[in-house]
Design a protein around this ligand. Structure first.
Ligand code: APR
Length: 169
């Protein structure tokens, strides 16, 4: 599995799947969630609403898949990162689960390349270096015969520098 690092806007990526850092109500929001819904159009929210009606949303650490609307990626995977509460509320296990469950969903949908944003490191306040370690460890631990490429997409300089350092170790 090839690991790539990119600095930029995840909505521009042509990977088979891109991942959204959503909330458990799948209600849309700011940050990367807002950017994805704006760029992908209303079809995405329509499917989120169906999932909400059927399953009540998406619990923290889990993942669901929808259309990518008008985004260049084939599919959109929504996962819900933990809100940082000081590190004593199982945040690490939940963040790890986000990456693993998104990868599992990509695999079961035969999606070979997937791009992740830095889940939980914006509004949800997860310390960036800690979150990057969790993300990289989770992806490296995932053995797959389907997924050939994982892209870490960093939007801000701080995350990009952290990932550059950790991926070169
Ligand atoms: N492409 C890639 N990454 C982006 C983009 C973008 N277009 N826009 C923002 N980011 C980055 C931020 O720099 C941050 O590092 O996404 C990371 C995650 O930040 P948030 O989007 O705030 O996500 P999170 O911390 O997981 O909080 C989720 O915010 O928008 C709401 O609905 C969302 O309630 C949920 C919460």
């Amino acid at each position: 599995m090839e690991l790539q690092l990119i600095k930029g806007d995840i909505t521009q990526l042509h990977t088979d799947a891109i991942v959204n850092a959503a909330n458990s109500g799948l209600m849309g929001g700011g940050g990367v969630d807002g950017a994805i819904h704006r760029a992908g159009g209303p079809e995405i929210m329509d499917e989120c609403q169906l999932i909400r009606e059927r399953e009540g949303g998406c619990p923290t650490g889990e993942a669901v898949i929808t259309t990518s609307g008008s985004l260049p990626a084939k599919k959109l995977i929504h996962t819900v990162g933990p809100v940082w509460k000081g590190g004593h509320s199982d945040e690490e296990a939940k963040l790890h689960a986000c990456y693993i469950n998104a990868l599992k969903l990509a695999e079961s949908n035969d999606l070979q390349s997937i791009a992740f944003p830095n889940i939980s490191t914006g509004v949800y306040g997860y310390p960036k270096s800690d979150a990057a370690r969790v993300a990289i460890n989770a992806v490296k631990s995932f053995k797959s015969n389907v997924i050939t490429k994982v892209v870490f997409v960093c939007f801000d300089d701080a995350n990009h520098q952290i990932y550059q350092q950790l991926l070169s170790e």
